[in-house]
Design a protein around this ligand. Structure first.
Ligand SMILES: [Zn+2]
Length: 154
């Protein structure tokens, strides 16, 4: 067996289609909503739904580290609460690190990959994932499930 997937690579945000640029800019803007006094890594996400609604999220840390919630899962929970029944068509992830750098694409952690995959299964949809930085390359993944081969499922 062999697992492969294709993804698009752009040298900067400005090469993206206008709608994708907008999502990435809003994701970067959402880093301002991050509560990250421990890691100092500010992650922001922005997604558009099948009905055109825009939802943002940011990482929310806690002194009891395991209580921390990643930006992607904050967004998915917000989506369920504010727009029940809707699903994400594209999610953009951006960040600002502890040195105020944002120069390479950020990737979701394994838990968030599992959460995005479950969102796809639940809604029978594909989630495009834009892995971005403010000043560096951008990767566009066609299906969130491409980021998690052999996922947990029952
Ligand atoms: Zn995560």
């Amino acid at each position: 067996m062999k697992f492969e997937f294709e993804y698009e690579v752009y040298d900067s945000i400005t090469e993206l289609a206008p709608a994708d640029q907008d999502l990435v800019n809003k994701a970067f803007e959402a880093t301002k909503l991050s509560y990250s006094p421990y890691s100092k890594l500010k992650v922001g996400v922005c997604a558009i739904t099948n009905k055109g609604n825009v939802v943002v999220g940011s990482n929310q840390e806690n002194g009891s580290y395991s209580v921390t919630i990643c930006a992607e899962r904050v967004l998915l929970s917000t989506l369920s609460a504010q727009h029940p029944g809707e699903y994400i068509t594209t999610i953009a992830i951006s960040y600002l690190d502890w040195n105020n750098n944002s120069d390479k694409p950020i990737t979701p952690c394994g838990v968030c990959r599992q959460a995005i995959l479950e969102h796809q299964i639940q809604h029978k949809c594909n989630v495009r994932v834009i892995l971005s930085s403010k000043n560096g390359q951008v990767y566009v993944i066609k299906k969130g499930s491409d980021l998690l081969p052999l996922p947990f499922s029952i």
